[in-house]
Design a protein around this ligand. Structure first.
Ligand code: ADP
Ligand code: ZN
Ligand code: ZN
Length: 732
């Protein structure tokens, strides 16, 4: 027993590449607090760890217990709330503690590659003029320095040294005329200067704000594009901050436009911290600490900002809540909504989910009363929604137009350019190139068992179902019309841009996709140049669908709407509805009315009928009914267990053993399992790791109980990596 230590600390050791993920006990001195970073002996090395609990007793043999060597910082890096979040995530997603840590603390901080930016200032504390009289006349620098500085002013030391030499500055310090002070300077992400006028809320906006802050429930703010949701967020946040509490607002990474950030900066100034992946290492580190130390009370950021070290939360807002980017698809896998719900319960504060096209599951909860439904059904100032015209591309082909632009789109483009307005052309790249379609009759190959679109795997020249693993021969002849005009793949952004350049030699045409936005500022540059070009055309992927507010866009063209319709999962229709509604929302936001041309090979698909009428509610009814009949979420939960290892033999064997165990479990819960099967993963190998998977769909009745038992089964098999996904967005 150590005489100095009265406490036992539970420590998570910070080694990510280890298969061990345990909490270890150490003796701690009295000044160690929960959440603090410490150095502990581990094996033969000393390594970093985090204290997650302090207790009086341990079950570990006292002889074997070691002391914490030292603390790293003099404040805790992890809040008590985050320790709770960690336990929640470990249990819910079968994660390791260390993997959660990564979400809470910036990597740079843990590896100590970044330091605070500290600058030395010189403060004039004496009387330089009086001192000057004592200086010899040949000491030119010293005399000049005495002349330059003014009493009680402060200067950057580096500036004075470069102008007047180090020795002159030192001389004045020695004589008490100058005093040094080190001040930390926070690196803040840049934003553009804009005027952000605070609007008087409309009665509907006001009602939404009042409802949200009236209690701690979950609200679904269902407001069409341009209905003024942002103004609602800002007013809510303003009230929360006035009450001495803090706020987190999440937006999808893709719509974290400089405009959005600048709006918040303009309204809340330095009180806003911004967290997203585009920040420099130093900026991220400083913004994170501004939040931790309570210097910023509002966090605006992408998915991972839900983990920001905010104390005393007063509201969490998730903008575009339907976005799949809120779900992490790599380790650690989690759903932002689960974390947000946890934090709002922990802090007893309201949670706002907002969208023009709510997630089917969210809207169902709103209708059932689990969420409060708040609606903004009209655009601000009653501006009309742009008219959506559906164009049948098969009939274009029959009329001899085999190009990628329909005659309707060509007509509208010409008109738009002549009138010196702007157009946005949208190339849908979700599910890119993955399905096969007959261009004569529109037939698309589907799985006979699952009713989802088959994925074309080029290497094997096979069609596969990502839900059941079944394989089919690739199409050469259409089974419906016997045509051989089978196409796979989609039109690319580049093809569209070069076709447009041929047609409009003098019109600036911009391309925005993953290829053109690799560099840090490219995204912003393209947008700002497009904003100034009248006329101008912007061609892009879903990157251009969100959040932009260009007042002169009068035409939106959707080149191949079906891409996401035939994407290969049960949510593909829902995603199509969302994307096209969002994209349409870019048109006609100002004085001139907007128009949308939607090109499709399946003009009679129910999704398009509802999209054209902006009829979310009917779409929802239809979609929910389909989900109910096929027993997909929200009526079940999809669980995917992903096994991977470099050794195929071992993965296959492990998957099989685990699958057999789960089959026994299913016998116990026959009513609850809708589906259970094991198979190779559609993407069989990633970074040399061979992947197998077990897929399940489980009813909600005993869901938690069953999942707990499945995790216990997984724990038995630790020779390979096992990852868990709940309602995955993507089954590749
Ligand atoms: P949404 O996020 O719902 O798509 P925005 O918040 O971008 O909509 O609002 C659309 C436009 O309406 C913006 O230009 C915004 O400045 C303006 N706006 C919002 N609220 C008001 C209001 N109460 N009065 C006047 N204009 C408003
Ligand atoms: Zn056909
Ligand atoms: Zn299938």
């Amino acid at each position: 027993m150590c005489y100095y230590c009265s406490m036992i600390a539970e420590v998570i050791v910070d080694i990510t590449n280890s298969m061990v993920d345990k909490i270890f006990d150490y003796y701690a001195s009295e000044d160690v607090t929960v959440g603090q970073r410490v150095i502990v002996p581990f094996g033969k090395r000393n390594i970093q760890g985090f204290v997650i609990n302090l207790k009086q007793e341990t079950t570990v043999d006292e002889e074997k217990l070691k002391n914490i060597i030292s603390t790293v910082d003099d404040y805790p890096l992890i809040l008590p709330e985050h320790i709770e979040i960690m336990h929640f995530m470990v249990k819910k997603y079968h994660l390791r503690f260390v993997d959660c840590l990564r979400l809470f603390i910036p990597a740079q901080l843990r590896s100590e590659n970044v330091k605070p930016l500290v600058k030395t200032y010189i403060i004039v504390s004496g009387d330089p003029q009086k001192f000057k009289k004592t200086v010899r006349s040949n000491a030119k620098n010293l005399l000049a320095l005495c002349e330059y500085i003014k009493p009680n002013q402060s200067y950057l030391k580096s500036e004075l040294v470069s102008k007047f030499t180090q020795s002159a500055v030192s001389k004045l310090i020695e004589n008490g005329i100058l005093r040094q002070e080190k001040i930390e300077e926070k690196r803040t992400p840049p934003s553009i200067d804009i005027q952000c006028q605070k609007h008087k809320l409309t009665p509907l906006q006001q009602r939404a704000v009042d409802e949200i802050i009236s209690d701690n429930s979950i609200s679904l703010l269902f407001g069409v594009t341009g209905s003024g949701k942002t103004e609602v967020y800002m007013s809510v946040i303003e009230k929360v901050v006035q009450n001495g509490k803090n706020a987190i607002m999440l937006v999808p990474e893709i719509s974290l436009t400089p405009q959005v950030l600048s709006n918040f900066r303009a309204r809340f100034g330095n009180n806003v911290a911004i967290l997203h992946s585009g920040l420099s290492v130093g900026e991220r580190f400083d913004e994170w600490r501004r939040v931790l130390f309570g210097e910023a009370h509002i966090v605006v950021g992408a998915r991972s900002a839900i983990f920001a070290p905010v104390k005393n939360l007063g509201v969490i807002i998730i903008d575009e809540e339907h976005e799949t980017s809120y779900i992490s698809e790599s380790n650690p896998r989690y759903n932002t909504l689960h974390i947000a719900k946890f934090r709002s319960e922990y802090n007893n504060c309201p949670l706002v989910l907002a969208s023009a096209t709510p997630d089917i599951a969210s809207y169902q909860k709103a209708l059932s009363g689990e969420y409060k439904l708040l609606e903004l059904p009209k655009r601000i100032n009653d501006k009309p929604m742009p008219k959506i015209q559906i164009v049948d591309m098969l009939s274009e082909i029959r009329n001899g137009n085999t190009g990628m632009f329909s005659s309707a789109l060509l007509f509208e483009l010409d008109k738009c350019i002549k009138e010196k307005h702007q157009a946005m052309l949208f190339i849908n790249r979700r599910g890119y190139s993955s399905f096969m379609r007959c261009t004569n009759c529109g037939y698309v190959a589907k799985c006979t068992d699952c009713d989802v679109t088959l994925v074309y795997h080029k290497k094997e020249d096979k069609l596969k179902c990502h839900y059941c693993g079944k394989r089919f021969k690739a199409l050469t002849i259409c089974p419906q019309c016997k045509s051989t005009a089978i196409r796979n793949g989609a039109i690319g952004t580049e093809q569209v841009v070069s076709a447009l350049k041929e047609m409009y030699k003098d019109v600036p045409i911009f391309q925005m996709d993953n290829d053109t936005t690799r560099t840090k500022n490219a995204y912003q540059r393209i947008l700002s140049e497009f904003g100034k070009s009248k006329p101008g055309i912007l061609v892009g992927t879903q990157m251009i669908a969100k959040g932009h507010d260009f007042s002169d866009v009068t035409l939106v063209g959707i080149i191949d709407a079906d891409q996401s319709l035939y994407h290969t999962d049960y949510k593909s229709t829902e995603k199509t509805f969302e994307l096209i509604t969002q994209m349409s929302g870019r048109a006609g936001r100002d004085k001139v009315e907007g128009k949308v041309i939607l090109q499709t090979y399946a003009p009679r698909h129910y999704a398009y009928r509802f999209i054209a009428n902006y009829d979310y509610k009917s779409f929802f009814d239809k979609e929910l009914n389909i989900r109910k009949n096929t027993m997909f979420p929200p009526f079940t939960t999809i669980l995917r267990l992903l096994f991977s290892s470099q050794n195929e033999e071992i993965v296959r064997e492990t998957t099989k053993l685990c699958y057999n165990d789960i089959k026994h479990l299913r016998d116990e819960y026959l009513e609850d399992f809708v589906y259970l099967d094991a198979m190779k993963s559609p993407i069989r190998k990633i970074k040399n790791n061979i992947r197998y998977q077990i897929l399940m769909r489980i009813k909600h009745t005993h869901e938690n109980e069953i999942i707990d038992k499945i995790y216990k089964i997984c724990d038995k098999y630790n020779k390979v990596s096992v990852f868990v996904e709940i309602d995955p967005q993507n089954l590749s």
